[in-house]
Design a protein around this ligand. Structure first.
Ligand code: PLP
Length: 228
């Protein structure tokens, strides 16, 4: 079956890039200060290859095992890919995550930070790191509480020597995400961290208005996912 014109990965990518440029212009920001992270979780390597053919280089995956199955081969063909872990990471998977990813966006506990630091020393591989913040204080969600971010950031940077460059959040599904985005940006400012990873398919223009440097967009590029 052929997809209708305008409904290909390459067309959707172009539309997302245009929307990023529009949102940046509206906010008086340079669009080059915003990185599009194409969230390829649950999508097959062929779909990722289509995005690569359309010029996309930065990808996000939420499961270590799934990324291990898809990316080594794609990377052999395209050594300039950047792979970012955006999902919850268990400490016992830190070794695999440090070995595979270029950026780990989901540090959310001192235990995990210590496990990652230990693996970085052991492997002498140093993926950049973000701290995931539970910005809406939702009990079911990953991320460190807002009140504990400064302490975790200090531990990561000063004691463990982790290359922490910013914060990441997923705001509550209900309600206006903008106040949450603003709070994350203010928190990053206060800690002197330049990277703010925030905004998904439903709200990335709003995140850009609030200062996102990285937007993580899946569905709007790859279409709706076969499973969550
Ligand atoms: C799945 C996922 C995204 C992308 O979500 P879409 O709504 O498909 O754009 C972004 N961030 C995280 C952490 C995700 O798990």
């Amino acid at each position: 079956m052929t997809a209708p014109a305008g409904d290909t990965i390459s067309a959707r990518l172009a539309a997302v890039r245009a929307a990023i440029a529009d949102a940046a212009a509206a906010a008086g920001r340079d669009p080059r200060a915003i990185t599009l992270v194409a969230v390829s979780k649950t999508n097959p390597a062929e779909a990722i290859a289509e995005a690569i053919a359309a010029g996309q280089r930065v990808f996000g995956e939420n499961r270590v095992q799934e990324a291990q199955a898809k990316f080594p081969e794609l990377r052999r063909r395209h050594p300039d890919l950047e792979l970012r872990l955006i999902g919850h990471l268990q400490s016992n998977k830190a070794a695999d995550a440090v070995a595979l990813f270029d950026v780990i966006e989901s540090i959310d506990s001192t235990k995990l930070a210590r496990a990652i630091a230990k693996e970085m020393r052991r492997q002498d591989r140093h993926p950049r790191c973000l701290i995931q913040v539970n910005i809406g204080a939702e009990p079911q969600k990953s991320g460190i509480e807002v009140d504990a971010v400064a302490e975790l950031a200090a531990l990561c940077r000063d004691e463990l020597g982790l290359p922490v460059e910013g914060l990441m959040c997923i705001p509550p599904a209900e309600g206006d995400p903008s106040p949450h985005f603003q709070r994350l940006a203010a928190l990053a400012d206060r800690l002197g961290l330049p990277v703010r990873s925030m905004g998904m398919s439903g709200d990335y223009p709003k995140a850009i208005a609030c200062g996102a440097t990285h937007v993580r967009v899946g569905t709007a590029i790859f279409g709706s996912r076969p499973y969550p």
